[in-house]
Design a protein around this ligand. Structure first.
Ligand SMILES: NC(=O)c1ccc[n+]([C@@H]2O[C@H](COP(=O)([O-])OP(=O)(O)OC[C@H]3O[C@@H](n4cnc5c(N)ncnc54)[C@H](OP(=O)(O)O)[C@@H]3O)[C@@H](O)[C@H]2O)c1
Length: 242
């Protein structure tokens, strides 16, 4: 029987890495991991060495060839059972009034177009094998306005809409599609946030702390495992917007 593969995009990132590590722990012997990175192959190879049975796929998912290469690499090793769309960018973090078309296009290509066409590619392959689970990594920033990040917010709001749409379209084929929406998480993406802003955000959370990458990974795994949840967006934000 072909091996069931869990593909994690952005596995070299703070959240993707935690998701990959948790899947390896919870599904050891049941799922092999495809660890995707864009260009930090060395970091991905190092992660692969710590997760037995995993393999690395480097691809720019903003391009159609990169997305196809990821699916082809998975099909060469087995069949796609799980897809976690964790790759993403948030910069340049421009407000709407200063937004440039090239930065808008880039953010949309990585955060929206890539997961959209990966859901299409992997969704069809998953239906062909009788089922699967997809989890998209959105953001609580999809739901409110603050300084900057206009394109980023829009990309994540649209990703949540597509999560529901694909849940509807793939459900009869046994494929569930959900999203997690983290609040602020300490990762390379947020490393340049000024301390004053960080403290303001932390103080605004009901739990007076941030969610960790491991907490986001737990929520992702819950959505992979629970066979009655599809079309959901699960916030993991330590109570940021209550
Ligand atoms: N950190 C937060 O506070 C936070 C909050 C809410 C939601 N999120 C979302 O969570 C996800 C992961 O974020 P993170 O904080 O873990 O970010 P991160 O540490 O900066 O990691 C980003 C990942 O995306 C990959 N990537 C970037 N551009 C790519 C492209 N064109 N094609 C393929 N892969 C690409 C990177 O690959 P390389 O390493 O090879 O460059 C890296 O693995 C993102 O979707 C982000 O929007 C983050």
């Amino acid at each position: 029987m072909a091996a069931a593969i869990a593909a994690v995009t952005g596995a070299t990132g703070g959240i993707g890495r935690a998701v990959a590590a948790l899947i390896a722990q919870r599904a050891s012997g049941r799922l092999r991991l495809a660890l995707h990175c864009r260009e930090r192959r060395g970091a991905a190879e190092e992660l692969a060495r710590s997760l037995p049975g995993s393999f690395v796929v480097a691809a720019d998912l903003a391009a159609a060839e990169g997305r196809q290469a990821l699916l082809d690499a998975v099909l060469a090793q087995g069949e796609p059972a799980v897809l976690i769309n964790a790759a993403g960018i948030d910069k340049p973090y421009e407000p709407g009034l200063l937004i440039r078309e090239d930065s808008f296009d880039r953010i949309m290509a990585v955060n929206l177009k890539a997961p959209l066409f990966l859901m299409k590619l992997f969704g069809k392959a998953m239906m062909g094998r009788g089922g699967g689970a997809i989890v998209n990594v959105s953001s609580t920033l999809s739901g409110h306005a603050l300084t900057g990040g206009a394109a980023y917010r829009a990309s994540k709001a649209a990703l949540e809409a597509l999560t529901r749409q694909f849940a509807f379209e793939l459900g009869r084929g046994g494929v569930r599609v959900n999203a997690v929406a983290p609040g602020f998480v300490e990762t390379p993406m947020t490393a340049d946030v000024p301390d004053a802003v960080r403290e303001q955000l932390r103080g605004g959370a009901a739990l007076a702390r941030f969610a960790t990458p491991e907490a986001v990974a737990q929520a992702v795994w819950q959505l992979v495992e629970n066979e009655s949840i599809t079309g959901a967006v699960l916030r993991v934000d330590a109570g940021t917007d209550l």
